[in-house]
Design a protein around this ligand. Structure first.
Ligand SMILES: NC(=O)c1ccc[n+]([C@@H]2O[C@H](COP(=O)([O-])OP(=O)(O)OC[C@H]3O[C@@H](n4cnc5c(N)ncnc54)[C@H](OP(=O)(O)O)[C@@H]3O)[C@@H](O)[C@H]2O)c1
Length: 377
């Protein structure tokens, strides 16, 4: 017989059961993204490899995959799509080192010791979009390992971060925040406020992230032009897409220049004194790609001379930026410590994509986001 305590005719035991059910349901909903991977992958516009994994050089049906994650539940969730394979979790590079010796695949980051200890390693699913650290390892660069990455996955959050950096500068929020910290009601901005509407943005690197930035800038009424590496194709909201070597010509047309290229030999030091000299006087420079694409001393000189109006930087060179570095105190510079890629939603998207690639790798199917080792991204 159920307890006699009841609320509006429902027994306490029933209430307990309902609460328990709701709690379990809540946990199930919030534990791991159960959204359809196909719709997320379609929304991100991920590219499938032309060749199936089973037809790629050196592919063999895998026996063991190591997943870098501090959640055993996450590793079990990965195992669900690769039942015939041993899926082992590693919470640190040290744990990965202990497991990698006989593993065929790694879902994680490119620690050189771990990769070099993986005698049988054939596949790395990088948990990052930029893979310059992976390609610095000869074993990966020489092409013996299939490398897949997180390209395009960061589009939604990084584009919001880029717009936040832009609006902080164009609306002089940085200056007003400084006044606020001193309780100062000073309406006159230190620098003319700029409307985005009607101005021109140049997106350097019109890939997954670059395209979402371009889309948001267009929604603000901006004219958007861009460069990419391989051709002139682009969406309708980009007025002109040039190839990489058109950058020196196009950069002078832009009021806001956003770098979102991967770090490759071609993009290392791309924004140097000569490039800043070609920018429109009073334009803003935003970097959400990689810090090493900018010659920091040249950026500092361009800021100091007033050649450019300001810079919004999520990535810098060096990282972390030393406490006494002059960039911290340069006029009209907004710095965030390489956090544009962070977001709780991105983690769900990223894990779904990695898990789908695991399923495909084990089955020998086409993979998403295979890195072209020659191009470097
Ligand atoms: N701040 C952060 O926290 C953070 C987080 C994630 C990613 N990132 C950086 O953002 C980069 C881009 O990510 P994504 O997901 O957009 O990658 P993606 O989809 O692969 O896009 C890369 C784009 O860069 C273009 N590109 C390559 N070399 C170029 C050059 N020399 N000049 C102009 N364009 C060039 C490519 O052109 P094609 O399309 O013609 O090949 C492609 O459109 C990553 O590699 C990473 O470095 C930063």
């Amino acid at each position: 017989m159920e307890t006699s305590v009841s609320i509006t005719g429902i027994s306490a035991a029933k209430i307990f059961r309902i609460c328990a059910f709701l709690l379990v349901s809540l946990f199930a909903c919030s534990s791991f993204a159960e959204e359809d991977p196909a719709s997320i992958i379609a929304a991100l516009g991920l590219r499938e490899s032309v060749v199936a994994a089973r037809d790629m050089k050196d592919w063999e049906r895998p026996h063991k995959i190591v997943v870098l994650s501090d959640s055993t539940a996450r590793v079990a969730w990965f195992h669900e799509v690769a039942k015939d394979v041993t899926v082992v979790g590693a919470r640190s590079h040290a744990e990965a080192m202990a497991q990698i010796g006989d593993a065929d695949g790694l879902v994680g980051s490119c620690n050189p010791d771990v990769i070099n200890a993986g005698a049988k390693l054939r596949w790395i699913q990088s948990q990052a979009a930029g893979v310059e650290d992976c390609l610095a390892i000869p074993k990966v660069r020489d092409g013996g390992i299939i490398l897949t990455n997180m390209q395009r996955v960061n589009g939604p959050n990084i584009s919001e971060h880029a717009m936040a950096l832009i609006l902080t500068l164009t609306r002089q929020i940085n200056a007003y925040l400084a006044n606020q910290s001193e309780g100062k009601w000073e309406r006159r901005p230190p620098q003319e406020l700029m409307d985005l509407d009607g101005h021109t943005m140049l997106v350097v690197g019109l890939g997954g992230i670059g395209t979402t930035i371009a889309e948001r800038a267009h929604a603000f009424g901006m004219h958007v032009i861009a460069t990419r590496n391989s051709g002139h194709e682009g969406p309708s909201f980009v007025d002109y897409v040039g190839v990489a070597d058109e950058l020196p010509k196009l950069i002078g047309q832009a009021d806001i220049v956003v770098n979102v290229t991967p770090l490759t030999p071609e993009t290392t030091g791309l924004f140097n004194a000569a490039m800043f000299e070609r920018m429109k006087p009073g334009a803003y420079f935003i970097n959400v790609g990689r810090g090493k694409s900018v010659v920091t001393d040249d950026l500092l000189a361009a800021l100091k001379s007033g050649r450019i109006a300001g810079a919004g930087l999520d990535v810098v060179d060096p990282e972390p930026l030393p406490k006494d570095h002059p960039l911290w105190h340069a006029l009209n510079v907004v710095i965030t410590p390489h956090v544009a890629g962070s977001s709780e939603l991105k983690l769900d998207r990223a894990w779904l994509v990695m898990r789908e690639n695991l399923r495909r790798y084990v089955a020998g199917d086409k993979l998403f986001s295979v890195v072209d080792v020659e191009r470097g991204y």
